[in-house]
Design a protein around this ligand. Sequence first.
Ligand SMILES: Cc1ncc(COP(=O)(O)O)c(C=O)c1O
Length: 449
Amino acid sequence: MRLSAQGFISPPGTPSFPIAVRGEGVYIFDKDGKAYLDGSSGAVVTALGHSHPRVLAAMRAQMENITFAYARIWESRPDEELVRRLAELCGGKFDSAYFLNGGSEATEAALKFARQLAIARGEPSRHKVISRMPSYHGATLGALGVTGDPVMEKLFGPMMVPMPKIPAPITYRTPEGFDADSYVDYCAEALEEAIRREGPETVLAFIVELVGGTSTGALVSPDRYYRRIREICDRHGVLLIHDEIMSGAGRCGKFLASHYFPGAAPDILTMGKGLGSGYAPISALVTSSALVDELRAIGGFAHGHTYVANPMGCAIGCAVLDELVQSDLVTQSAAAGVYLEDQLRAVQKRRRSLGDIRGRGLQLAIEIVADQDTRQSYPFELNAPARIEHLMMERGLAMLHRRTGGGQFGEWFMVCPPLISTREDVDRLVDIIDDALGAFERSIDGKAS
Ligand SMILES: Cc1ncc(COP(=O)(O)O)c(C=O)c1O
């Protein structure tokens, strides 16, 4: 039997995925012509939707010029242009960017960039990167080392460099003895404690998602958490890395999630996903030229891949950013996010399985629970998210769900439609979620769906 991607990732007996043959705007069409609303933008990627004319034109134009120029021999116009646009949109000290091909590569690059900075500063003992449990920073072994996921740790632990973890301030369910506020403060202080425990002279960096991705289901914390973390890092000479691979490029209602928290800016940030909007794999390590210069003084950044800063990816990134700016999509999507959240709160009143709604802009998640009061998840064996996903697919909505750490942190769907979504698209998305949750609850009650 020949196996393609689904064959590798799904156990036997899993129903076949529909075959995607065409995409247009917020819809993907299968081989039978059935339309599916792209409710999570794939894995929170397709910010501009599918077949966007501006991006397709940019791709064609770049193809006619040049499709590859190796970055250790050539500079390319799209690379220079994308740095210029990103510097304008990121603002402040963020005037330099190194382009890679996916989020995991950007995480690896950020870790190695931080390490080389420590070497450049004469602090070679700094090598530990603290991160949160749960968290997600990528699938390659270095990125997995800073990812907080007990299931992955069990599988790949012996092959990874284990890195210290502190708890992510998940406040939907707090441990005994805490309320939401005291738990957030406890989690911030956990960074201070971890640095002291590990030995400040060994700690290189702290990496954090400001608006959580799939690992926490769009967790957002109060301002003071991010400010405190910045203070703690500063006090110990620890670099702060913001993983904006999902939240960046307008997804969360501002160009960067860190723009919500002025005064807590990182030293290094990473972007991916929406930057290429699914038209080509492209991601970025973004930082200040002052830090890059420190590395240049010791011979430059000793890291790269064949496709670093490739002209096709960079040309696509430029077209995506131009569209975001010229169609004012970040502002529009922020408003769409507020509207979507309001509509989901109305559904929550009707559907007992809709536990929590959280996130920023169009980076939202809905947590599925068996009981809104106790906030308990459904029994693991029931596989509620997969059943709900199936009901959504039947109704023409494709949605990404996640059970981090085998469900021990909860179960949720990422409600992250493309940034181009209109009010009608949002209404349709919410109607299908409502209808699918209703059908799911009736099936649990033993009635026909
Ligand atoms: C916050 C975050 N960091 C890193 C990654 C890894 O990105 P990729 O899957 O493109 O390697 C992801 C992917 O979901 C992510 O959400």
